[in-house]
Design a protein around this ligand. Structure first.
Ligand SMILES: *Cc1c(COP(=O)(O)O)cnc(C)c1O
Length: 396
C-alpha cells in the first residue's frame, strides 16, 4: 500500500491540477486583438456574428448573448414573465444562480429533489411540487448530461408551464440526436472560464419564439428599443424609447470574438472531454467504493464536470478526508454543489434542512475531479492513480 501524501508520503505529482481550466490558443488571442484594433469594442458586428454561430450550433432560431450566465437566467425569467407570487421549480444541486434568478423576479424558488443515479432533477419530484402558482421549471443539465427533457416537456404541456433549461454545463450535448439549445422553451448558457467554452465572462439565451427573442433583447439593454413597431412615437432617426425596465447585460465585442473563436473548437473540446470521462469511468469501474453516474441513453453527453460519487459504506472515512487526501496528492478536486437551499441566505428565507434528501446524500459523498481539454494523458493518469491510492487506503 502506498503511503498517502496527507500522511507524509510522496504526492502522486508535484504540481497542482485543478478541476477546470480554460484553453486559450493564438487564434483566440488574435480574434480579441482584432476587435481591439477595430471601431467597435461593444455593440459591434461580433455580437450578431456569434449569435448566428450559436444558432447554428444549437439549431435554435434565435440566440441573445449576455454579460454572463446569471444575466442569461435573469433575462430568461423576464422573458417568461415571471412575477411576484409565481412559483418556479428548480434543482438544489446547482450553482446558486439557477435559483437566484427566480428571486430576482420576486418569485418563489421551489426545490424538487434529484435522482440519485443521474444527479439531475427528478420528473416525479417536479410533479409533486406543482401548485396552481407554478409557472415554470428551471432544469439544469448537471455535469453536462441532459435532463429528462421528454418527461419535463410532458409535465410542462400538462400543467401549462414554461421550460427553461440551464445548459451552463451542457453546450455540445445532444438529446435524442438534437442539440441542447433548441429543445426547451428557452435555454441558457454560461461562458465562464471553467465552462466548456469561454468568453472570459459571458452567457446566452436561445429560443425559437420571436416574442421571447424581443423580450430578451430589450432586457439586455435597459428595456430600450429603437424598433418602430414597438415605439409609441418615432419622430426622428435618433429617437428611442424605454418601454420596460431592463439592465445593462450586454456582452462586449472582445468577449464575443473570443467566444466565436472558442466555439470553433467545440468539437475538439467535446471529443477530449468525452475521452477523459470515458477513461475515468473505465478505470474506476472495478473500484468498489465508487458509484458510477448513470447516463441516460437519450443524452449524448459532452461532460463539463466529472463527479466522483463515493460509496461511504465502503470507506472508513468521510468525503472531506478524501478531499484533503486528494489535495495532498496535488489533485485539487472541488465539490459541486452545496444544495442551494442550505446556504444561510436561503435558510433565512425559511427553507428547512433535509428538504431534498437525495440532494443532501449526494452532496455528502462527492468530489469533482479535473476534467478539461488541456489535461495531458499523464495528468489524467495521475488523477486515476491518486484516486485509486487514496480509496485503497481508506477501503473497508
Ligand atoms: C456557471 C453556472 C451559472 C452561472 O453562470 P455565470 O456565467 O458564472 O454567471 C449558472 N448555472 C450553472 C449550473 C452554472 O454552472
Amino acid at each position: 500500500m502506498e503511503k498517502l501524501a496527507s500522511l507524509g508520503g510522496t504526492p502522486v505529482r508535484n504540481t497542482p491540477l485543478f478541476y477546470g481550466h480554460q484553453f486559450i490558443d493564438d487564434d483566440d488571442i488574435q480574434s480579441v486583438v482584432n476587435v481591439l484594433k477595430s471601431d467597435y469594442l461593444t455593440c459591434g458586428p461580433e455580437i450578431e456574428y456569434v449569435e448566428q454561430k450559436l444558432c447554428e450550433i444549437t439549431q435554435a432560431n434565435y440566440a441573445v448573448v449576455m454579460s454572463n450566465g446569471t444575466a442569461a437566467l435573469h433575462a430568461a425569467c423576464f422573458a417568461a414573465n415571471i412575477q411576484p407570487g409565481d412559483e418556479i421549480i428548480t434543482t438544489p444541486i446547482t450553482f446558486a444562480a439557477s435559483a437566484n434568478c427566480i428571486l430576482y423576479c420576486g418569485a418563489k424558488a421551489v426545490f424538487a429533489d434529484i435522482e440519485l443515479d443521474t444527479y439531475n432533477i427528478s420528473p416525479t419530484a417536479i410533479e409533486k411540487c406543482i401548485t396552481d402558482k407554478t409557472k415554470a421549471i428551471i432544469a439544469v443539465d448537471f455535469t453536462g448530461q441532459a435532463v429528462k427533457i421528454n418527461d419535463i416537456k410532458a409535465i410542462c404541456d400538462q400543467y401549462n408551464l414554461l421550460f427553461i433549461e440551464d445548459a451552463a454545463h451542457s453546450i455540445g450535448t445532444r438529446y435524442q440526436g438534437k442539440s441542447i439549445g433548441s429543445l426547451a422553451d428557452m435555454t441558457t448558457f454560461s461562458f465562464h472560464p471553467v465552462k466548456t467554452v469561454t468568453a472570459g465572462e459571458g452567457g446566452a439565451v436561445t429560443t425559437n419564439d420571436p416574442k421571447q427573442y424581443e423580450q430578451l433583447k430589450l432586457f439586455r439593454a435597459h428595456g430600450i428599443t429603437r424598433e418602430a413597431p414597438l415605439m409609441q412615437a418615432n419622430p426622428q432617426p435618433w429617437w428611442y424609447e424605454q418601454i420596460d425596465l431592463g439592465y445593462n447585460y450586454r456582452m462586449s465585442d472582445m468577449q464575443a470574438a473570443l467566444l466565436s473563436s472558442q466555439l470553433n473548437k467545440l468539437p475538439r473540446f467535446s471529443k477530449r472531454r468525452k475521452e477523459i470521462s470515458a477513461y475515468y469511468n473505465q478505470q474506476f469501474s472495478a473500484v468498489p467504493s465508487i458509484i458510477p453516474q448513470v447516463n441516460i441513453p437519450e443524452s449524448d453527453t459532452t461532460p463539463h464536470l466529472y463527479v466522483l460519487h463515493l460509496d461511504l459504506n465502503q470507506l472508513n472515512t468521510s468525503r472531506d478526508e478524501i478531499f484533503h487526501a486528494l489535495w495532498a496528492e496535488n489533485i485539487c478536486s472541488n465539490v459541486h454543489y452545496i444544495p442551494v437551499y442550505t446556504h444561510p441566505y436561503y435558510k433565512r428565507l425559511g427553507y428547512p434542512s433535509n428538504l431534498c434528501p437525495n440532494a443532501e446524500q449526494l452532496f455528502s459523498s462527492i468530489v469533482s475531479l479535473p476534467l478539461y481539454y488541456g489535461l495531458s494523458d499523464q495528468d489524467v493518469d495521475d488523477v486515476v492513480h491518486a484516486v485509486k491510492k487514496v480509496l485503497a487506503y481508506y477501503a473497508l
